[in-house]
Ligand binder design. Structure first.
Ligand code: HEM
Length: 384
C-alpha cells in the first residue's frame, strides 16, 4: 500500500513543479507561492504597525503557508477568518501536539485505558471523522469542476489526481474513498506543520543572531537589489541557503524521527533486532553529534560553506531523513523555505522587543515547535 501511495504522491509533487531543475511548472508554482509570501509580509507589516511591542508571526505564516498547501492538495484556499479554515488549522495545531502525547501508545497499547490517553485518542478519532466529512465536500467540489474523460486532462491538485487514478486504476483497494481521505490528511499534515515550524525557528534564530541576519541581508541585497527572490537565485545565495540548512540541523522539526519497523530479524553492530521491532531514527542524535559538528548547540551557517565559499551538504545532514521512506516533499519544502525566508529577511529587520531575550527552547509534539513569541519586524526600506 505505502509504496503505491508514495509513488502516486511523489508524481503529484513533481507535476506541481517541485523539482531540482526549473521549468515552466516550477515558475507557475513560484507564482502561487510568491502571491502568498507577499500577502504574508504585508500582514506582518500591518500588524507590526499597530503592535509596537512586537508580534507573533505564527498566524500569518500559518495562513499563507497553509493556503499554498490547501491549493496544492485540495484545489482551494479560504479567507483568513473562514470557519472551516480556522477549524482545520486548530485541528492541525492541537492534533500535532496530541499525536506526540499519544506516542507511547505505539509501544504500550494498554495505556489507552488510562483516562489521559483515552481522552487524547478520542479527540484524535473525533477530529479524523469530522475532517473526513470536510474532505468529502472538497472532493465533490473538485469533481464538479473537472472532466476526467478529456484525453488531455492534467490534474492541478492532489484531489484531481486521485480522482483520475480512481477512474483508471485496477487497484481499487489502494484508491478507495477511505484511502483518499487518509492520503489528503497525510500530505496536508506532512507538508504544513514541518515547513511552518522550520520557518518559525528561522525567524526566531534570525532575531537571536543579528550578525548572521545582517550578513544574509547583505548577500540578498547584493544580488537582488530591489527585486524579489526567484527559485533560480538559490544557487547564487550560498549564505542564505546555508542559514536555512543550519536551522534544519539545529532545530530538526521531527527530532525523534518517524517510527519504522523491521521487516525481518537482523543483526546491527552486534545487536540482535527482532522482526517487527519499532525503530526510531533519532535525527537529533545525528544532527547534534559533537564528533561531526563542532559546538553543535551553536547556530553557525558556515558549517554548510566550503573553502571556496560555496554551499555544501555534509552527509550527516538529513532533515528529510534518508532511505526508502525519505520525505517526498523535500524539493517543495526547500522552495517554500527559501522564498518565504529570503523575502521576509529582504523586507524586515527582525529583533526581540527591547530588554528581552529570545527563547530558543521548543515544545515537542510529533514536531519540535518554538514557544509563542513576540518579535519586532522593522521595515528595512521602502518595501512595498
Ligand atoms: C521542512 C519541511 C519538511 C521536513 C523537515 C520534512 C521531513 C520529513 C521526514 C523526517 C519524514 C519521515 C521520513 C521517514 O519516515 O524516514 C517525512 C515524510 C514525508 N513527508 Fe516530509 N518534510 C517536510 C516537508 C514536506 C512537504 C512540503 C511535503 C508535501 C508534499 C511532505 C510530504 C511528506 C510525505 C508524504 C512523507 C511520507 C513519506 C513516506 O512515508 O514514504 N513533507 N518528511
Amino acid at each position: 500500500m505505502w509504496r503505491i501511495h508514495r509513488k502516486f504522491t511523489a508524481k503529484c509533487v513533481r507535476l506541481f513543479g517541485a523539482t531540482k531543475s526549473v521549468g515552466p511548472k516550477t515558475k507557475k508554482l513560484e507564482e502561487l507561492i510568491m502571491k502568498e509570501v507577499l500577502d504574508c509580509t504585508k500582514s506582518i507589516q500591518k500588524t507590526s504597525d499597530t503592535e509596537t511591542l512586537g508580534i507573533d508571526p505564527l498566524s500569518h505564516l500559518q495562513h499563507n503557508l497553509g493556503s499554498i498547501m490547501c491549493q496544492l492538495v485540495f484545489g482551494k484556499s479560504w479567507p483568513k477568518d473562514d470557519e472551516t479554515w480556522l477549524w482545520l488549522q486548530h485541528l492541525q495545531e492541537v492534533g500535532t501536539k496530541a499525536i506526540g502525547v499519544a506516542g507511547p501508545l505505539n509501544f504500550l497499547p494498554f495505556l489507552r485505558h488510562i483516562p489521559k490517553y483515552n481522552k487524547v485518542m478520542t479527540f484524535l478519532l473525533d477530529g479524523k471523522h469530522k475532517t473526513h466529512k470536510v474532505y468529502q465536500k472538497l472532493i465533490e467540489e473538485q469533481q464538479a469542476k473537472i472532466d476526467l474523460t478529456k484525453p488531455d486532462f492534467v490534474p492541478e491538485n492532489i484531489i484531481q489526481a486521485f480522482l483520475l487514478e480512481m477512474k483508471s486504476t485496477t487497484d481499487i483497494e489502494y484508491f478507495s474513498n477511505e484511502q483518499f481521505y487518509h492520503l489528503l490528511a497525510d500530505v496536508f499534515g506532512a507538508g504544513l506543520d514541518t515547513t511552518l515550524s522550520t520557518l518559525r525557528w528561522y525567524i526566531l534564530y534570525m532575531a537571536a543572531y543579528p550578525d548572521f541576519q545582517k550578513e544574509i541581508q547583505k548577500e540578498l541585497d547584493g544580488l537582488l537589489h530591489d527585486r524579489l527572490p526567484t527559485v533560480e537565485d538559490l544557487p547564487s545565495l550560498p549564505i542564505t541557503r546555508a542559514s536555512l540548512a543550519e536551522i534544519q540541523r539545529i532545530r530538526p522539526v521531527v527530532p525523534v524521527g518517524i517510527p519504522h519497523a523491521t521487516t525481518d530479524n537482523i543483526e546491527l553492530f552486534g545487536f540482535n533486532i527482532p522482526k517487527g521491532a519499532m525503530i526510531l531514527p533519532l535525527q537529533w542524535a545525528i544532527h547534534m553529534d559533537p564528533k561531526v559538528w563542532k559546538h553543535p548547540n551553536e547556530y553557525n551557517p558556515y558549517r554548510f560553506i566550503d573553502e571556496e565559499g560555496r554551499f555544501f551538504r555534509p552527509k550527516e545532514f538529513i532533515p528529510f531523513q534518508t532511505g526508502k521512506r525519505m520525505c517526498i516533499g523535500d524539493e517543495l519544502a526547500n522552495i517554500l523555505l527559501f522564498l518565504f525566508g529570503a523575502t521576509i529577511l529582504q523586507k524586515f529587520k527582525i529583533s526581540p522587543p527591547a530588554d528581552s531575550e529570545v527563547d530558543l527552547e521548543g515544545e515537542i509534539g510529533i514536531t519540535l515547535t518554538p514557544k509563542p513569541v513576540k518579535l519586532v519586524f522593522t521595515c528595512r526600506s521602502e518595501c512595498w
